[in-house]
Design a protein around this ligand. Structure first.
Ligand code: 5GP
Ligand code: ZN
Length: 121
């Protein structure tokens, strides 16, 4: 059995608040949210970091990136531009890589962080 935390969450050996799953990825809420909306998109395959990805992971990475706005909208931080051209909503997407990137869990994951003005106190 893998000792990796996110492998265990993906295999449902450790509980999480899941918001999405398909054959390739899972998404679940971050246990220590940095903003009103904070979830992680995680491949089921164990890949330690973004720097370990190759061209073989292009589809997977594309899927993860395309899921971000869709799941963000479902979680309440949709990016919209109204008929007057005024934009609202939105979110941040973040891969931390390695010690200098602040990575704590060495299983690839995409942070999606948003919500109403999450960085304005
Ligand atoms: P990193 O610093 O590696 O980019 O981010 C790891 C993220 O995983 C952190 O935001 C942290 O709060 C989250 N995390 C760590 N352990 C758990 C856990 O057991 N469950 C969930 N849902 N999130 C976790
Ligand atoms: Zn893993």
């Amino acid at each position: 059995m893998s000792a990796c935390l996110f492998c265990k969450i993906a295999a449902k050996q450790i509980p999480s608040t899941a918001i999405y799953e398909d054959d390739d990825v899972v998404a679940f809420l971050d246990i220590h949210p940095a903003a009103p909306v904070h979830f992680l998109i995680v491949p089921k395959e164990h890949i330690a970091t973004l720097a370990d990805c190759t061209e073989h992971h292009a589809f997977l990475l594309g899927k993860m990136m395309l899921l971000a706005p869709r799941l963000a909208a479902e979680q309440g931080c949709n990016y919209v531009v109204d008929a007057q051209g005024v934009a609202s909503g939105g979110f941040k997407t973040l891969f931390n890589t390695g010690p200098d990137g602040g990575q704590e869990v060495y299983h690839l994951h995409l942070h999606v962080i948003g919500g109403p003005h999450p960085w304005r106190g």
